[in-house]
Design a protein around this ligand. Sequence first.
Ligand SMILES: *Cc1c(COP(=O)(O)O)cnc(C)c1O
Length: 426
Amino acid sequence: MKRKTGTLCVQGGYTPKNGEPRSIPIIQSTTFKYDTSEDMGKLFDLEASGYFYSRLQNPTCDLVAARICQLEGGSAAMLTSSGQAANFFALFNLCSCGDHIVASSAIYGGTYNLIAVTMRRMGIEATFVAPDCTDAELEAAFRPNTRAVFGETVANPALMVLDIERFAAAAHRHGVPLIVDNTFPTPVNCRPIEWGADIVTHSTTKYMDGHASAVGGCIVDSGRFDWMAHADLFPGLCTPDESYHGITYAEKFGMGGAFITKCTAQLMRDFGSTASPQSAFYLSLGLESLHVRMQRHCENAMRVAEFLQQHPKVTWVEYPSLPGDRSYALAQKYLPNGSCGVVCFGVQGGRKGAEAFMKQLRLAIIATHVADAHTCILHPANATHRQMNDAELAAAGVKPDLMRLSVGLEDIDDILADLEGALAAV
Ligand SMILES: *Cc1c(COP(=O)(O)O)cnc(C)c1O
């Protein structure tokens, strides 16, 4: 029986047998013991599944990945050491030097840098399109060497909602998969695979962990992309991997397993951005209350957005679930139960007004973080997006006076009183 989201948050991926630990056990071991070399050889040949070295796979990490996999409705998943590693692996598993990516311009600053600067140095080019671009603009972004389309369900910090069906259709017309970073809504509020996304990524550092305790990432494969039908575009998946005993991933592991197996056997082997079992355990604790916390984050954020919208010193507010927002229609379609706990806004006096406002906050803390139990605030033009010039900021949907408020789980009356007090100083 297919369980509901709240049940999967608590119990997904791990069903202890008689006498086994109720909590996901932390297997704090780098290595695993085998009776014969033949037994171990089978693992190295990917003939048998099992553990041999925690850089590639660890039982704790796999149990937690399995929970996220079930939540997203995927076929296979893996944890990574960070959200950055998850997005890099998801892209680099499909691209090599000379290839090209189509990406939404409204994405996390770190991911923008990864794609626009670092992957470019590896010979992988990208064309950025606004998430609300016309169909003709989207179509024109593709090249014969395009290998993937990338976007965020709800962009951090632009808070624009990706039209997943439209981007998936465009990607599929060109025979390539759509990768969606679903960090902000989490599978509680949106499951991109149900709308046509092929691969879903997460910074689990955010709501999934939810307590600002462990950096981590996750990649989930839908198992729906037919690599062999586009074998000419994806030689890495559809021709023998000489670095791995001549295995052809798409043949041996099928649509459901090829992507994650290649990503583990090749990229985790060579780059080693491994999640630690201890961090994975913290993540499992966070997941157990994710559905309850997301609901409260969204309720509190909606109250904050409404409060800011009617306040005379606030010049603009962006929150996808707020009627009249530029992403409201898409949010109603893809995120009917709530979007996220993050609200962006500007105050009178622009950049200076924002600085004055932030100085007067007492409850909301200034932190380069979002999406945990504590209300926190950031001025991206001064922090996460400082590498960008004004034109790049505009393309990423980030205004110079934008403040990103991550509404936490505190009592809403205290959160509103703090904002009211600080607005008096503007
Ligand atoms: C934070 C974040 C990332 C990067 O994740 P880390 O865990 O910090 O490496 C990627 N995408 C989005 C949408 C994020 O919010």
